[in-house]
Write a protein that binds this ligand. Structure first.
Ligand code: GMT
Length: 367
């Protein structure tokens, strides 16, 4: 198939999923075209069958807000003409589904498009009045709509009142790349220092300061270190909270990391304090490395973790700390959860079966 994939390049689950999907489809021999306004962070160079098309957005002085959605629609048409793309798969509804609809309308229905909803496009941004109506319209117009969790599919129906079928196709993980590396667990290490990790884009919705608050309580009970991976607007606030709570010397900010698969297997527990999380891709990557997750019970997280991790109420870092301590003071429980996490990732979220579901969907759309 000739497939166009549209995504945001920034650190955030939707761009990661779209890029991994582009790489996996190209590896299967499909002709894949990835469109974004910048090179997505996980995109490798020189991959046969995969081409990157940058969407250039001109900054004319009159434009306080450059019309990216129009530039994207034009680029989609150009790629369609150059590469005879059969179908576009747009990740994140706003404004990608609207641009796809515009591109399709401009060429008299010459292309098909499927929209995958990731989370904040529905739960936060999509329910903003300014974006609500065009997003609902573009979803209705999509040739297929998918959501990454049942929670998000239900939320889409509730918030947008869409009549269209929203099919649930979960995110996936490369279980060969994200795998346990044999690192000793805390109870096997001489210093018995527990390593906790949090990875995200540090947006307010991630509540990274709550992760730090939970960690501050944990390290009072057991020797521990917190690795913060990623970057974003709340980084300074989170580090300031660590300083206020007197644990800054045990919190290490690793910044943007190209090789999360090298960091995650070293962790004993992954911590997440999000206010909303339609899926939680970093947690799936941690599970695949055999790392149990302790998270707020929000959105679709329970669908991902199953009974391999611990869920606590949102906005209660003390509960998060207690749940993590259960895993960090009982070696048998930790070993059992770590093995269950890896098994669940392999059984339910491996790349191949999930990709097969998308290919089936593409075929249905093209028929
Ligand atoms: O976390 C974000 O706000 C970024 C956002 C995105 O689309 O880039 O992430 C969402 O999509 C990911 C991939 O499907 C999910 O794993 C995240 O749970 C989801 N984020 C939220 O729902 C907050």
């Amino acid at each position: 198939m000739r497939i166009g994939i549209v995504c945001y390049p920034t650190v955030g689950g939707s761009g990661v999923v779209a890029t991994e999907m582009a790489l996996a489809l190209a590896a299967k021999g499909h002709d894949v075209h990835l469109l974004s306004y910048d090179r997505p962070s996980r995109l490798r160079r020189g991959v046969p069958g995969l081409r990157f098309h940058q969407v250039a957005v001109s900054a004319y002085p009159l434009f306080r807000y450059p019309p990216y959605d129009l530039a994207l629609a034009t680029r989609m048409l150009e790629v369609r003409e150059e590469a005879r793309v059969d179908l576009f798969h747009v990740h994140y509804a706003i404004p990608h589904a609207v641009s796809a609809f515009l591109a399709r309308s401009m060429c008299g229905d010459c292309l098909k498009f499927a929209t995958t909803l990731h989370g904040t496009d529905i739960t936060v941004v999509g329910s903003d009045r300014a974006y609500m109506r065009p997003t609902r319209f573009a979803l209705e117009q999509s040739d297929a709509v998918t959501a990454v969790s049942q929670y998000l599919a239900d939320e889409t129906r509730l918030v947008f009142g869409v009549r269209k079928e929203v099919e649930v196709i979960p995110n996936f993980v490369d279980t060969d790349r994200f795998r346990p590396d044999g690192s000793p667990r805390w109870h096997q290490r001489a210093d018995s220092e527990r390593i906790l990790v949090h990875a995200s884009n540090f947006r307010p919705v991630k509540r990274v300061a709550d992760v730090v608050r939970a960690f501050a309580a944990i390290q009072q009970q057991v020797p521990a270190r917190l690795l913060l991976v990623g970057d974003g607007p709340d980084r300074e606030h989170a580090l300031a909270v660590a300083a206020d709570l007197g644990c800054q010397h045990k919190v290490e900010h690793l910044g943007m990391h190209d090789h999360l698969e090298a960091v995650l297997p070293k962790a004993d527990v992954f911590l997440s304090a999000s206010e909303t999380e339609s899926f939680g891709l970093s947690m799936l990557e941690a599970m695949s490395c055999g790392v149990p997750c302790v998270s707020t019970a929000v959105g679709g997280v329970a669908e991902v973790l199953g009974d391999t991790g611990e869920l606590t109420p949102f906005g209660d870092p003390a509960a998060l700390a207690r749940a993590a301590l259960r895993l960090l003071t009982d070696g048998d429980l930790h070993a059992q959860r770590a093995a269950a996490a890896r098994q669940r990732a392999v059984a339910l979220f491996a790349t191949e079966p999930v990709l097969a579901r998308y290919l089936e969907l593409y075929e249905r759309v093209l028929q």
